[in-house]
Design a protein. Structure first.
Length: 640
């Protein structure tokens, strides 16, 4: 029997305690290679033995049910296990391992429901759970089993398309990051080698939260790019046993052909490949017959690499495709972190593309590290910081933890203002504000919020603004913006702003800024296209207009606060902070000190008063002079 590791024991205890408090939708976030299936196996064993009611382990695809089918008997040898996939329909067992591919059909799902009651449902790769197929399966099983506990397993609770995981899972019951387990020695250290490619991805559109695959393929399959990738592998990674991640089958085939032409033993593996052939490729790779296995959407999830016949361990991940998806990036990197006695580390061979528009996921900001240039080094013309070689992610993280949280990271491209509650960015009246807030005063993790004004009358306001100021010119990120003398417009009240939380879990410092800035770009692009709006350079922190003198309205507003801005950019940031801080204060409960002061002064206030409202009441009472005491009327000596 496999003995659980300390963090697996912690996860099991957290699941138990959560259920004692009534939790029925739980999420366990553990990195690839950490043994999530072992946690599930131990939990399933204790719940089924205690309740006498069966459990389901739901995998993403048919071929991925092999791993839980192999792992659960290592924990619970006598368990009866049934598989529900394709032609197999083994129902009525203590543990049913089913694939979403199969049970998404109405008939097969109903057969599963009718077979027996269930006490526990495990959803592997739970970041998929907000998809309609998953929700239909989960809702159907829950309706038939009202006491069903649903547990999600994932390497990352962040989705690229911004869909909130809490639509399915109400809490992250237990979480350990890849860095946590690297530091604890359970996962392999990482080495990074960034490789520059002379190609731009700025023109690539998005689909489902990531770059459109067909457009990426068009760029990365250029012969000179393919040769550059293979030569980079030979220079930096050979003879490491390597898994390369490609965009699609056509890209993978061309990459394999380029490897072979350069004398490297390589092969392709992809989802639609016949199962028997796919298994043979995996065995050839695991035995060392292949140096490089180029993968398309197969090895990101649910695959354990084990070196066979004294072959070298998997020690290189080649990311031959750019991605905006943190979830996908973590899964790909996670393929190589499984430790081995002969393995010093795992090399991440990452490629850098010229881009001022897309925030490509790469290893440094995945671990919350600042990409600080070395002394004397300059930024590239595109605004990107110098590429780097990181021999050890552990050593680099120690240095990165010295981040100055008082100013935006160097990679931030927009003019963020430091406010009382974190950082704020004004996107003009029609778009509202983007806000980055730390979890608490001592936290190094951040959440991202969009404070959006009401949109129902946006078109009318915009047309009125254009009529008053018709000569807008310049683009969103150029430096030739018009003067920011905005026309008169409606000033929204604090309570009118709609708060959208863009993070399903707190993010590292730099990653929070990357997510926020990408959201700004997408917001402008979507609305400018849909409403035929004119873009303005109001976000770029290097825009020329920031150095202009403050406008008269800015001076008037700030003078009442006793503030004198040096230029228009400083004035804009001051006003942004004033508005955002007021909005947040008006939504934050009043402090105990404020409540005590109001009660002491016998000032009436509503139950649940906000911090902002309490501040205004206190200020008003302090500015109001006390009523003069009534003078006593002299007593008439004749009056008794």
């Amino acid at each position: 029997m496999i003995k659980p590791r300390d963090y697996q024991i912690e996860a099991l205890e957290a699941l138990k305690q959560g259920r004692l408090k009534g939790a029925k939708r739980q999420l366990v976030a553990l990195p690839t290679g950490s043994g999530k299936t072992i946690v599930a196996a131990y939990d399933i064993k204790r719940v089924v033995k205690h309740t006498g009611v069966g459990a389901i382990f739901m995998a993403h695809r048919d071929e991925l049910i092999t791993q839980p089918a192999d792992k659960i008997p290592l924990v619970w040898e006598e368990a009866t296990i049934g598989k529900v996939k394709a032609e197999s329909n083994q129902l009525g067992r203590q543990v049913t391992i089913a694939s979403v591919q199969t049970i998404q059909g109405e008939k097969r799902l109903q057969q599963l429901i009718d077979a027996q009651p269930y006490s526990l449902l495990y959803v592997d790769e739970a970041h998929h759970s907000t998809a309609a197929t998953y929700k239909r399966i989960i809702d159907g099983l829950t309706e038939a089993n009202p006491n069903l506990v649903v547990v999600g397993l994932t390497a990352t609770p962040v989705r690229a398309d911004g869909t909130r995981m809490d639509l399915v899972f109400k809490e992250i019951t237990y979480q350990r990051t890849m860095l946590d387990l690297i530091e604890a020695g359970y996962l392999s250290d990482l080495e990074l080698q960034q490789i520059p490619l002379n190609v731009s991805i700025d023109g690539i559109p998005r689909t489902d939260g990531d770059l459109k695959p067909s457009e990426v393929r068009r760029i990365v399959t250029k012969p000179e790019i393919m040769v550059s990738m293979v030569q980079a592998w030979k220079d930096n990674a050979s003879p490491r046993r390597t898994v390369a991640f490609a965009v699609d089958v056509e890209h993978a085939q061309q990459l394999v052909a380029t490897f072979v032409a350069h004398g490297v033993k390589a092969a392709i593996i992809f989802g639609d490949m016949p199962m028997q052939e796919r298994r043979k490729r995996l065995i050839d790779f695991q035995s060392g017959k292949l140096q490089v296995l180029v993968n398309v959407a197969v090895l990101s999830e649910g695959w354990d690499d084990i070196a066979l016949h004294d072959a070298p361990p998997l020690s290189c991940i080649m990311l031959a495709r750019p991605t905006l998806s943190q979830s996908l990036y973590i899964q790909q990197v996670g393929r190589g972190v499984r430790p081995s006695p002969d393995k010093e580390n795992c090399l991440i061979l990452d490629f850098a593309y010229n881009s001022t528009r897309h925030h490509i996921v790469q290893l440094p900001h995945l671990f919350g590290m600042e990409e600080l240039p070395k002394p004397g080094m300059k930024k590239k013309a595109t605004g990107e910081l110098p590429l780097k070689h990181i021999p050890s992610i552990l050593a680099a993280v120690q240095e990165a933890r010295k981040i100055d949280f008082r100013q935006p990271p160097p990679r931030a491209g927009f003019r963020w203002a430091k406010s009382e509650y974190g950082f704020a960015l004004s996107m003009s009246g029609a778009y509202g504000f983007m806000v980055i807030r730390p979890v608490d005063e001592k936290s190094t993790e951040f959440n991202v919020f969009h404070l959006e004004p009401p949109q129902e009358d946006l078109d009318a306001k915009h047309e009125a603004a254009k009529a008053e100021k018709p000569s807008d010119q310049g683009s969103l990120f150029s430096q030739d913006a018009p003067q920011q003398t905005a026309p008169k417009k409606h000033v929204y009240k604090s309570e009118e702003y709609i708060e959208h939380r863009l993070t399903s879990k707190p993010l590292s410092f730099e990653w929070a800024f990357g997510l926020a800035e990408d959201a700004c770009r997408e917001l402008y692009e979507t609305r400018a296209t849909g409403r035929k709006m004119t873009k303005q350079t109001i976000l770029d922190r290097n825009a020329d207009w920031l150095a202009l003198p403050p406008t008269e309205p800015q001076i008037k507003v700030l003078s009442r606060q006793g503030k004198t801005p040096k230029n228009r950019g400083e004035a804009t940031n001051m006003i942004t902070c004033m508005i955002v801080e007021r909005i947040i204060r008006d939504r934050t409960p009043a402090t105990k000190k404020q409540i005590g002061w109001l009660r002491w002064k016998k000032i009436p206030f509503e139950k649940g008063i906000s911090k902002g409202a309490a501040t205004r009441l206190i200020a008003q009472s302090k500015s109001t002079p006390p009523k003069p005491a009534l003078e006593a009327t002299p007593k008439d000596p004749k009056t008794p």
